[in-house]
Every structure is written in structure tokens, then in C-alpha cells.
Design a protein around this ligand. Structure first.
Ligand code: ABC
Ligand code: CA
Length: 449
């Protein structure tokens, strides 16, 4: 699917190991299965590609029509200083599937089940780095063999150096991870590496009918690598560009490196605006405007309030009213709304990695108020998109959000036929006045609350 196919979608992020319990009928991929899933144990809890299928009804009940699943490629399968690769990011062979989560036919079954429902499938891709337990400062063919690395020649990697985030070159060429578990930086200028990755991704997206890619650590590879890679993939690419620097992040679109990035800049603005009662609403207004003016296609950005690297929203603030207001902003502002599994269940114990990667099944997939409100927002989005609802010649998807009014604690913005009026006053409710003078709706217009 293309970026334009994606922009009206609602996306849901899944860590395969944690989203749905292993079903009784499918072969267990992890043994022994833990009796409870303790995120601090950092080991497999048993979720698989097949078990995701059992919970697609639950997702559709919330208006979700696309899923992003954690990396599917083979990982190191040994004990490390950070325990086990249950999350799937320690890919040591991008070209082979991870037997912990299923077989080729299982991934095909998931892809078919998703498509039968008219949903899209996005897969997380790790190409920047390969974990190492044996290599520290020196790379050699024998250490790479000991690590069971797909790349076998030292020239397939950049020489060892740790990333210095104040140095742009270092961010691209040095290594993620640390001396306990180095993530060796793949030499993405080596023509053999480039060629191999391109033909693999072209085959992979076709073989499994993948609709989109979430590109891990996208800012750690020089931008000119991506057009060839995403071009070969032939599908929507959204990159992880972790950070609040809009000038840096917007290059991914202005330089046409890839279609989209994850909406980190908007995320920081929403935390600053709604992350505490009576916080800083101008952060949303200021950053929101900068996002709209800096990105040529803000409608392709994937906007989130939580992910597997960040604290849960409800860990930052327990106030449900603040969460609901932030969720509305996330769904009505330009972009593809993205829910992290468990957000709809108000998970809030998770400070950060690894606490924020709880199993979803103890929630019993309950019909929570948050679940219902996300569902309602998706119904509104779907309705105005499907009907191409216009106001004064502006429909939802083609128009940009416009800030209409704001105070320290309130904000109003329009996007096509929808007006969002939000507050960060939080709980308990209080009497307050917020004037929204110029809604753009003429007097006596019919509106639906
Ligand atoms: C493991 C353990 C952890 C332990 C850690 C050191 O090692 O589990 O308990 O603390 C995977 C696993 C992790 C694992 C790591 C390392 O591998 O999921 O559990 O942690 O082994 C992606 C994925 C992420 C994944 C990897 C590695 C990459 O989403 O899940 O981790 O394949 C950087 C990278 C980013 C990466 C992220 C974790 O680290 O850029 O790709 N995510 C600054 C930098 C960011 C940086 C961030 C965090 O710090 O700019 O680039 O992200 O280190 C804002 C600023 C930002 C700033 C933030 C913190 O503050 O604007 O710039 O971000 O205000
Ligand atoms: Ca790199």
C-alpha cells in the first residue's frame, strides 16, 4: 500500500510476544511457558503470529484497521546481560524468520487473516545493527561467526565507536547498544550490503503481502540509503526518528528519504501540553504549527502517545481526563493515529523499558471506557472520510489542522469538517470559560457533538 492508502488508517502497535496468549491448538514456540508474564524477567511470554489472529475482532471493535507487529526476523536466542530477545529487536539475520513467533505459513496465515478483514499489515524492520556477545572493539570473521551474524565479513560493518548524540556523523556511523551488548553498526554504504538488503526486502514484502514498514533506528543510517531500500520494498515506510528536533526530523520528507516518520515531535508537544493538570498548552500549539509548516506531508506521520521505548501515558499521569483529551488531539490532528497495545486498557505501571511491555491478556481484553472512546473517535474519522464530508469546501483528509483559539489550559483546532475543543485542566472538573470565536462554522450551521 502507498502513503495515500495509509493516511486514512488507524494503526495499532503490537509486541508479538506480549499481545495475545498462545492458543491451545497451535504448537508452543516457547517452553516452558511462564505461568505469569513478568516484564522485568525480560523473557518470552509466548505470544505468536497465530495468536494475534485470535484478537483481530477485539481490534476491529475499536476501529483499528492496521497493525504494526514487532520484528519478525531471526534474533540471537541466548541469554544476554539484558536477558532474552523477546522483543525481537536483536536481529542477527534479517532474511530468516524468527522461529520463536512462528513459521512461514503462520506469518502467511496472519497476513491473510488481516487482509480478509480489509486491514493492513506493517512489519518492523531492523537493518542498522546486529547484536554481538563476542565482539567488543575488534571485528573479525571468527567473532562474527561466533555471533551467528548474517553479515560475515568485517567490512560489512562500520568500525567500533559508541554513538555521541552531539555529533551527527557519529549517530550514523557509530554503534548503538553498550559494552554489555554492542549493536554492531552495519556498513550501509557497502554495495553488497545495499544490494542484498534491497533484494531481500523486495522479496519479503511480496512473499507475505506486507503493506507497510516501520523502520527501526532510521536516523542511524544516512538518508540516501532509504529511497533505494523503500523503493525496492514498494510499500509505505515510516521511520523511527527518536527525538524532538523538527528541523532534523522533517528532512526525511523534504529530502524524500522516506514517506513518513513516527510523530516524535508531536508526541513531546502532547506530553508537555497534556501530561499534567494545567500543563503547558502552548507547547501543543507551537509545535503543532511547526510540524504543519515543516513536514510537506504531516498527514503521513504516525502520531502516538506511548510506545515500547517510552513510559506509558498513564504512568506519566493517572488522570483519565488528560488521557482522553490527548487521545482526541492524536486522532483529529493531521496524521495516522497509532495506539500502543495496552493503552486502551489504561496500562500505567510501565515506567519505561522493560516495564512498559506487559502481557495484554491479564486485562481480559475488557471493554474499557478508553477502548470505547478510541472506537468512537475512529468511527468519526471513518465517517467523515467515507462520506467525504466537507465544510466550506474542506474535507478531513485533504485539509490541514488550523489552530483557532487557545488559552493556557484550552485549545481549539479545526480540521476540515471537525472542530476539536480540548482542555488540560484535568480532574476534578471545574467551571471555566473558553471562548472559541471564529470556528469557521457559519451561524445556524448544523453540527453534531
Ligand atoms: C536494553 C535493555 C534496557 C536497557 C538498554 C540499555 O538495553 O532492555 O533495559 O536500558 C532494543 C530493545 C531494548 C534494548 C535495546 C538495546 O535493543 O527493544 O529493550 O534495551 O539492546 C529502537 C527500538 C528499540 C530497540 C532499538 C535497538 C532501537 O525502538 O526498542 O531497542 O534495535 C535510541 C535510538 C532508537 C532506539 C532507542 C532505544 O535508542 O535512536 O533507535 N529505538 C535520545 C536520542 C535517541 C535515543 C534516545 C534513547 O535518547 O536522541 O536517538 O534513541 O536512548 C528528548 C530528546 C531526544 C532524546 C530523548 C531521550 O529526550 O529530544 O533526542 O533521545 O528530549
Ligand atoms: Ca548506522
Amino acid at each position: 500500500a502507498t502513503a495515500d492508502d495509509w493516511r486514512g488508517r488507524s494503526l495499532y502497535q503490537i509486541i508479538t510476544d506480549r499481545f495475545a496468549p498462545p492458543s491451545d491448538t497451535a504448537p508452543a514456540r516457547t517452553s516452558p511457558l511462564p505461568s505469569t508474564c513478568d516484564p522485568l524477567a525480560q523473557t518470552w511470554c509466548g505470544g505468536t503470529w497465530l495468536s494475534i489472529i485470535d484478537k483481530l475482532d477485539y481490534l476491529q471493535g475499536m476501529g483499528i484497521d492496521s497493525i504494526w507487529i514487532s520484528p519478525v526476523s531471526r534474533n540471537i536466542d541466548v541469554y544476554t546481560p539484558y536477558n532474552y530477545a523477546y522483543h525481537g529487536y536483536w536481529v542477527n539475520d534479517p532474511t530468516t524468520l524468527n522461529p520463536r513467533f512462528g513459521t512461514e505459513s503462520d506469518l502467511l496465515a496472519l497476513s491473510s487473516a488481516v487482509h480478509e478483514r480489509g486491514m493492513y499489515l506493517m512489519v518492523d524492520i531492523v537493518v542498522n545493527n546486529i547484536p554481538s556477545l563476542s565482539v567488543s572493539a575488534s571485528l573479525s570473521s571468527s567473532s562474527l561467526a561466533a555471533d551467528n551474524s548474517y553479515w560475515t565479513d568485517p567490512s560489512d560493518f562500520h568500525p567500533q565507536c559508541w554513538i555521541d548524540y552531539s555529533n551527527a556523523t557519529s549517530v550514523e556511523y557509530c554503534w548503538l547498544g553498550d559494552d554489555k551488548l554492542p549493536l554492531m553498526d552495519v556498513n550501509t554504504e557497502n554495495p553488497n550490503v545495499v544490494q542484498t538488503l534491497q533484494s531481500w526486502i523486495a522479496n519479503f514484502t511480496k512473499a507475505y503481502t506486507i503493506d507497510g514498514l516501520r523502520i527501526d533506528a532510521a536516523k542511524h543510517i544516512p538518508g540516501d540509503f532509504w529511497p533505494g531500500f523503500c523503493g525496492a520494498a514498494g510499500v509505505f515506510c515510516t521511520g523511527e526518528v527518536y527525538g524532538s528536533d523538527i528541523g532534523f526530523a522533517s528532512q526525511f520528507q523534504t529530502q524524500q528519504w522516506m514517506d513518513s516518520i513516527l510523530g516524535y515531535p508531536l508526541y513531546y508537544s502532547l506530553v508537555n501540553a497534556f501530561g499534567a493538570p494545567m500543563a503547558n498548552m502552548s507547547a501543543f500549539v507551537d509545535i503543532g504549527k511547526q510540524v504543519l509548516s515543516s513536514f510537506p506531508h504531516p498527514e503521513y506521520l504516525a502520531n502516538f502517545l506511548e510506545n515500547h521505548d517510552l513510559p506509558r501515558w498513564r504512568n506519566t499521569t493517572v488522570d483519565p481526563q488528560l488521557a482522553y483529551n490527548a487521545i482526541v488531539a492524536q486522532h483529529i490532528f493531521d496524521g495516522i493515529p497509532l495506539i500502543y497495545y495496552g493503552q486502551e486498557q489504561d496500562f500505567g505501571d510501565g515506567a519505561a523499558d522493560p516495564h512498559n511491555r506487559e502481557a495484554l491478556w491479564p486485562s481480559d481484553y475488557a471493554n474499557t471506557t478508553t477502548y470505547q472512546r478510541i472506537g468512537r473517535l475512529n468511527k468519526i474519522r471513518k465517517a467523515v472520510i467515507a462520506n467525504n464530508t466537507q465544510y466550506a469546501g474542506h474535507n478531513f483528509l485533504d485539509s490541514r489542522a488550523t489552530f483557532i483559539a487557545s488559552s493556557n489550559y484550552d485549545v481549539a483546532f479545526r480540521k476540515g469538517p471537525i472542530l476539536a475543543v480540548l482542555t488540560n485542566r484535568g480532574s476534578p472538573s471545574q467551571n471555566a470559560t473558553f471562548g472559541v470565536g471564529q470556528t469557521g462554522f457559519t451561524s445556524q450551521s448544523d453540527i453534531v457533538e
